[in-house]
Design a protein around this ligand. Structure first.
Ligand code: F6P
Length: 255
């Protein structure tokens, strides 16, 4: 019956958070690799988690990707009484417009009647250009806001899938493959041991900043992401909450 199924999921959630060494795991049914609607369920679960954890005025830093885009779709105006500001976690890291953090933040703000900021940093810039961009008062202000976020919402992806989706240079792609990267998050590529083997150079949130942020919510589902999730969680702050699906969870608990 349904109660058995619910308690089955609760047992899996416990086992998974323990295995990954993180604060909490939330598992929705299905496998997003097979059924696209499962991403909406990940979005719904994330929205509930945000609602439960955030009171009053908050800055929420957000990364890009199709999962984060699904989270944006599931946010509703009843969250709007809370005074939220959405900021992109990092500058341009090569995604298509619909998957960019800027676009997703705008949508999240729109759906919750709250505010957002943008961070326009070109993907490939010279060192001189980069140095002058980060001196821009507007950019500086957004970076300060990012660093004072009380929540980070982020995706996790398979390393090669991400490197290819971002049209990474041939040279960097070789480097990523050669180093046996399996996972990616925030523009950092990780090997199975959770070591950073490559990093996209951009401004905004750095991996080390995560430990200063109260709520860190990773949203990633689909059995194909199991290796990536395992790798990243070796580096993730132990305060991390993972919102995932059964497809990934079953695979994660096997390994
Ligand atoms: O590029 C932004 C990003 O959040 C990556 O860090 C992550 O690997 C990827 O998107 C996840 O994308 P998706 O949700 O489409 O699998």
């Amino acid at each position: 019956g349904i109660m058995r199924e619910i308690s089955g999921i609760a047992v899996m959630e416990q086992a998974l958070s323990r295995k990954l060494g993180i604060r909490q795991a939330i598992i929705v049914s299905g496998n997003s690799d097979e059924s696209p609607w499962v991403k909406q369920e990940l979005g719904r679960a994330t929205a509930m988690c945000m609602k439960a954890r955030l009171k009053g005025k908050n800055i929420i830093a957000v990364t890009g990707g199709s999962t984060m885009a699904a989270v944006a779709e599931m946010l509703t105006p009843d969250l709007a009484e809370r005074d939220w500001l959405f900021v992109p976690a990092r500058g341009g890291i090569g995604e298509d417009v619909k998957n960019q953090a800027n676009t997703i933040c705008a949508k999240m703000a729109d759906h919750t009647d709250s505010r957002h900021r943008v961070l326009y940093v070109p993907d490939q810039v010279s060192k001189e250009m980069y140095e002058s961009i980060i001196k821009e008062p507007n950019i500086k202000e957004v970076i300060t806001q990012i660093k004072s976020a009380s929540m980070v919402l982020h995706g996790i992806g398979d390393a090669i899938t991400m490197a290819e989706r971002r049209k990474t240079s041939e040279e960097d792609l070789e480097k990523i493959k050669h180093a046996k990267a399996v996972g990616e998050s925030f523009g950092y590529y990780f090997n199975e041991g959770g070591e950073v083997v490559h990093k996209v150079q951009t401004i905004g949130l750095q991996l080390d900043d995560l430990s200063h942020i109260e709520h860190v919510i990773a949203v990633a589902g689909g059995s194909s992401k199991a290796k990536a999730i395992t790798a990243y969680m070796k580096r993730a702050p132990s305060s991390t909450i993972l919102v995932t699906d059964e497809g990934a969870a079953k695979q994660l608990l096997k390994g």
